[in-house]
Design a protein around this ligand. Sequence first.
Ligand code: URA
Length: 425
Amino acid sequence: MSFAAVDVIRAKRDKGVLSDAQIDWVVDAYTKGVVADEQMSALAMAILLNGMTAGEIARWTAAMIASGERLDLSGVGRPTVDKHSTGGVGDKITLPLTPLVAACGAAVPQLSGRGLGHTGGTLDKLEAVAGFGTKLSNEAFVEQLRTVGAAICAAGEGLAPADRKLYALRDVTGTVEAIPLIASSIMSKKIAEGTGALVLDVKFGSGAFMRQVADARELARTMVELGKAHGVTTVALLTDMEVPLGRTVGHSLEVEESLEVLAGGGPQDVVTLTLALAREMLDAVGLGDVDPQAAIADGRAMDSWRALVRAQGGDPDAPLPVAGEVETITATRDGFVATMDAYAVGVAAWRLGAGRARKEDPVSASAGIILHRKPGEAVRTGDVIMELRAEDAGKLPAALDVARGAVTLSDTPPPSRPLILDRIS
Ligand code: URA
């Protein structure tokens, strides 16, 4: 069945409900170039302004999945479970979590992305490891899941091509923030990837996509429903991203911190979230009685990381790159760190060279920030709160400017914030 694109746009502009046939047609026709970018831009804006019903979102997601291939992971020989985070500052959880869950007996098919703007991408972090390759063919991906139990790579061209095209368009038309479009974008890729179960880390707060808890909750609920409708066991945790996660932001620094977690140390918030997500993932595939903490304690998780890195061409023993130019931000008085704005820290790391302005830009593997103090911790005048590192000294002043504005001090400790606010299933 064929439609005039302008009629589909008018229907959503006038707050109508699109039919299944209209949705199937417009997603397919846009992927093939029959519907023009300007027409899809208008439709995306109408969706952002007027929303979609649950039925429309489910159909839109199915149409995006149908635009490409759906991987078959049935030959992997273990239950498959993936994790997706909506992104944040210092969010390196995929790095310790993937090998940890693999060490506990599941297979983790991780198709990851690169950072854009103030949030970092898992693929950029992994490329700080010498030799690590982030491109795998579908066959190599499935084979690595079978032999190692984990693979972290970029999504192939054949997976949800409608989303690749639409996401790039949304990025330049102010239509990224539409919950129906975010939910269908994320879930179409995860469902097409073939995972049997999925755990979502949906973040809220200044460093997250969704600043408000209510929006994050709606996004989480929408995605959980989409997963279930497609036969994928899906659970979401709502987690705080008002403050950066852990004590490092920047690719090689975050790899180093992830290795600390795998070795049994690391910052408490990173450890807590890694273990909470690991337990959810194992539970989702019937391995709820396996204790992930034991797999860290006895070294199985670290062995699994080393096997994953080697399988993708990396050298787990190579030293990580270190940036030579350093500046610090120190406490101007005695007291406590009251707040540390995740967005501002993310922008500072981006200005140091860790982030990119356009998706083809290179990133610095070693640029980043070490957070020597975090909210709730005491400081004396002159104590280092943040250490900024760059390869290029010229990048430090602009980063220092924004990083200074990220921190406030107080006379008394601030109230503590729960890291995990809710679970949605
Ligand atoms: N990540 C995605 O993959 N899609 C979105 O729309 C937003 C974040």
